[in-house]
Design a protein around this ligand. Structure first.
Ligand code: MN
Length: 198
């Protein structure tokens, strides 16, 4: 059985300072993200074992564990690559954002409100809706909830308290404002093109 694995960050822990501290990045990647990888592999092993024994009474619980942990793993993998120390808005995604949301500033205000408004733990996601072929901002709960089918992640922002509490305490808005400085426009533009099959 092929296992999920944790990749290294594409930059040093401290590369995103002063916006996100190296301490948060280290804990977030090495402890939190790692735990989702472990959890995903455990769920897979338990499902395989239950299937082997023909004892599938626990399948609902195992599927929930699998979705939560694979969600956590995939979300963080996108999130790390969505960030970079220095990147200016550019490219086809920027043009699509202007077309659909009016301007980059209007989109940022909208996405910021989406992110601030996520209740409890979750994510703000700018997705490519592959069914309707348009950009769709989404509030995702935990690592997998509230998500319509057919969404390809372009830009994801982690809004769990573990992502910002050490630096920003309870002030999520300050974290989001800082995060805009480290959005990796090369990566999100590439994801936008790939999502459209370009
Ligand atoms: Mn996280």
């Amino acid at each position: 059985m092929e296992k999920y694995t944790l990749s290294d960050l594409p930059y040093d822990y401290s590369a995103l300072e002063p916006y996100i501290s190296g301490k948060i990045m280290e804990l977030h990647h090495d402890k939190h993200h790692a735990a989702y990888v472990t959890g995903a592999n455990q769920a897979l092993e338990q499902i395989a074992e239950a299937s082997e024994k023909g004892q599938l009474g626990t399948v609902n619980l195992l599927q929930k564990n699998l979705a939560f942990n694979v969600g956590g793993h995939n979300n963080h993998t996108v999130f790390w690559n969505n960030m970079a120390p220095e990147s200016e808005p550019h490219g086809e995604l920027l043009e699509a954002i202007k077309d659909q949301f009016g301007s980059l500033d209007k989109f940022k205000a909208y996405f910021t409100a989406v992110a601030i408004g996520v209740q409890g733990s979750g994510w703000a996601v700018l997705a490519w809706d592959s069914i309707n072929r348009k950009l769709l901002p989404i509030q995702m709960y935990d690592h997998q909830g509230n998500l319509p089918i057919g969404q390809v992640p372009i830009l994801m922002l982690d809004l769990w308290e573990h992502a910002y509490y050490l630096d920003y305490l309870n002030v999520r808005a300050d974290y989001i404002k800082a995060w805009w400085n480290i959005v990796n426009w090369v990566d999100i533009n590439d994801r936008f093109k790939e999502a459209q099959g370009k």
